[in-house]
Ligand binder design. Structure first.
Ligand code: ATP
Length: 605
């Protein structure tokens, strides 16, 4: 920190000197006194005088003012245009991103000085034209940096969570993408100060920048050039000033880039705007089934999920289990429009009496975060590291239409944090995500998900990253919420043992399809599909005889639902016969329970 201040010192000194030039300068920098022409440094003129008898110290001080004012104007315009353009390109992605990126690439590859010369050649010299010319040269790198940063954030769970909370695109861009895009741009700007000061001086040196009689460092250099041998005090001071600013700016940029890319100013970025409360769409009709998904297929464009159907009943927990890549997350997020924009989903999904597929973004915001809450696995990725826990929950409360004045919103926030079993909610609300344990962060995610008092909670691998004790506590919390709030839940997990603690019913997925579904106890005690049997053999379940050896499943998970016409599990199946590789089995009701279904042509495990 001390070193950073030292490195930035010449910049700060020149900025202060420029600001205080009217006070510090001994005389008017344009006052001509031919009788005092070319005087060497003395007590009256500490840096001597030029050929017209003008005081060099006063001209250096006013030169700082002009150089830094022009630089500040160019930086403000370039940063604003560049960061906004890059952020929008990164956010939109696809064709818009490609077009904007090509324009930015062209702008970056053009020689900046030639662009500036062309603009000034057409428009003529002058301060305003100089600023326009320099800005046209300087904006593109900011756009490129911001675009790269935002494109990297585009698919992050943190943004999915925001969309789920009902945040509008303007809010996502303004509050959650612009600040992280701005951070590396500010670091780059600290280096850019030097280039712009040098550019202004160069154009003035060529007679195309700040016109005489204004004192400008580049202008002073050209005026002092003929006297390099006889009057060294004309060219050296502006040369040293330019060099010091350029050096300081480059060193500062390097230091900041070497730190955490997060200039401290951004730590002060806090939410301010209050979202206008939107009306709810009609709530689900009272009935047993809360969510019904039928024949869901999803492609990117290759199909990753096919003909998936499931139902969630009021106050019940449906577990969706299967190996990694089997399509669990896709199947539960697709109805809420939370997949990558490139995903194409077909089928139907009704929440209460309302169809979810094909909702407009506005309609979706009235469902997501209000009637449905989602908890993701990676709480560190979902929570914005720059914002406090309180700010996250406050935002969810406001998005859900339950916010009021700041203090009232915070009261709801503290209530939610208490509800999920977090101690001292007032103090916790002031902490940042990294200050909490993984289990506490998951509780915060649950508090955020509960902000809209949802009918349905979707938890995607909510305990996978936690140790077993914390895992058990969280599952107990979900169970308590289900019982106390009569909430319906979908819990996604690759671990049957985890969900057996909580679920009422289960759907087992393999290679993008549901291969077995039914009441949890029935599926566990009497699995109908050899894949479910394999999963059960591979995990410790309550009641297992001590000393039981767990068996692993041979082979690798199937890639996708379109792999072959036969059963996707056949290559790994211990009871497969030739017919299994020819015909794809469909889900059939098993006799053990009307709701117990399995897709195995051998008739069971
Ligand atoms: N944006 C995407 N583009 C292309 N394919 C994708 C995309 N997102 C997911 N997939 C593919 O869809 C398939 C299903 O993924 P999904 O995340 O639903 O599986 P999962 O069972 O939840 O796995 P995990 O437990 O690892 O999250 C995978 O093969 C995955 O590679």
């Amino acid at each position: 920190m001390t070193r950073t201040v030292l490195v930035a010192l010449p910049l700060v000194v020149f900025a202060i000197a420029g600001l205080l030039a009217p006070v510090l300068a001994p005389v008017d920098p344009t006052a001509v006194d031919l009788a005092a022409s070319l005087l060497p440094p003395s007590a009256d003129h500490p840096l001597g005088t030029d050929q017209l008898g003008r005081d060099q110290l006063s001209r250096i001080l006013y030169g700082a003012q002009i150089s830094l004012a022009v630089t500040a104007a160019v930086l403000t315009i370039s940063l604003t245009v560049g960061v906004i353009t890059g952020t929008i390109a990164g956010y939109l992605g696809g064709r818009a991103d490609r077009v904007i990126s090509r324009v930015v690439d062209m702008a970056v590859s053009l020689p900046g000085m030639l662009v500036a010369l062309a603009v000034i050649g057409v428009r003529g010299p002058g301060v305003v034209n100089l600023i326009i010319a320099m800005s046209l040269w300087a904006w593109a790198p900011y756009a490129r940096i911001a675009r790269a940063r935002v494109a990297g954030l585009r698919g992050s769970p943190h943004l999915d969570a925001l969309r789920l909370l009902g945040a509008s695109p303007a809010r996502v861009i303004g509050r959650h993408l612009l600040p992280p895009a701005l951070a590396p741009c500010l670091v780059y700007a600290s280096t850019d100060v030097g280039s712009i000061v040098l550019g202004v001086a160069t154009l003035s040196f060529l007679g195309l920048g700040i016109p005489p009689p204004y004192a400008e460092w580049g202008q002073m250099l050209i005026e002092g050039r003929p006297y390099l041998a006889s009057a060294w005090w004309l060219a050296y001071p502006p040369g040293i000033a330019i060099t010091a600013v350029v050096f300081a700016s480059n060193l500062l940029g390097e230091r900041l880039a070497g730190d955490d890319e997060r200039p401290s100013i951004l730590r002060w970025v806090r939410p301010t705007a209050r979202r206008r409360l939107a009306d709810h769409v009609p709530t689900a009709a009272e009935g047993d089934v809360v969510l019904s998904v039928q024949d869901l297929s999803v492609g990117y464009p290759q199909r990753v999920v096919a003909e998936v159907s499931y139902e969630v009943r009021r106050g019940q927990v449906l577990a969706i289990v299967g190996e990694s890549g089997s399509g669990k997350t896709t199947s539960v997020l697709a109805p809420f429009g939370l997949l990558d924009p490139s995903a194409v989903a077909t089928g139907s999904a009704t929440l209460g009496s309302g169809e979810l597929m094909g909702l407009t973004p506005h309609e979706r915001r009235l469902v997501n975060g209000r009637r449905v809450g989602v908890v993701f696995q990676d709480s560190l990725a979902v929570l914005n590291p720059l914002r406090t826990i309180g700010a996250h929950v406050d935002e969810a409360v406001r998005n859900a239409g339950r916010g009021g004045r700041r203090a009232a919103t915070r009261r709801v926030t503290e209530e939610l944090l208490r509800l999920v079993g977090l101690p001292d909610p007032a103090a916790l609300a002031r902490q940042f995500p990294h200050q909490l344990s993984g289990g506490m962060r998951q509780r915060v995610q649950i508090a955020i998900a509960l902000a809209g008092e949802p009918e349905l909670l979707v938890a995607d691998e909510p305990t996978s990253a936690l140790d077993v004790t914390v895992q058990a506590q969280l599952l107990d919390l979900l169970g308590r919420l289900r019982d106390e709030l009569s909430m319906s839940m979908i819990v996604v997990s690759h671990d049957l043992a985890v969900v057996s603690r909580l679920a009422d019913s289960v759907a087992v997925m393999y290679a993008g399809r549901i291969v077995e579904s039914g009441p949890l106890t029935t599926v566990i005690n009497d699995p109908g599909h050899p894949y479910t049997r394999g999963l059960l053999d591979a995990v410790p379940l309550p009641g297992a005889v001590p000393g039981t050896r767990f068996r692993t499943m041979p082979g690798r998970p199937g890639a996708g639902p379109d792999d072959s016409s036969g059963c996707a599990f056949a290559p790994r199946c211990p009871i497969a016969v030739t017919a299994c590789t020819n015909d794809r089995p469909v889900l059939k009701v098993l006799t053990s329970a009307a709701t117990h279904r399995s897709a195995c042509s051998r008739g069971g495990a």
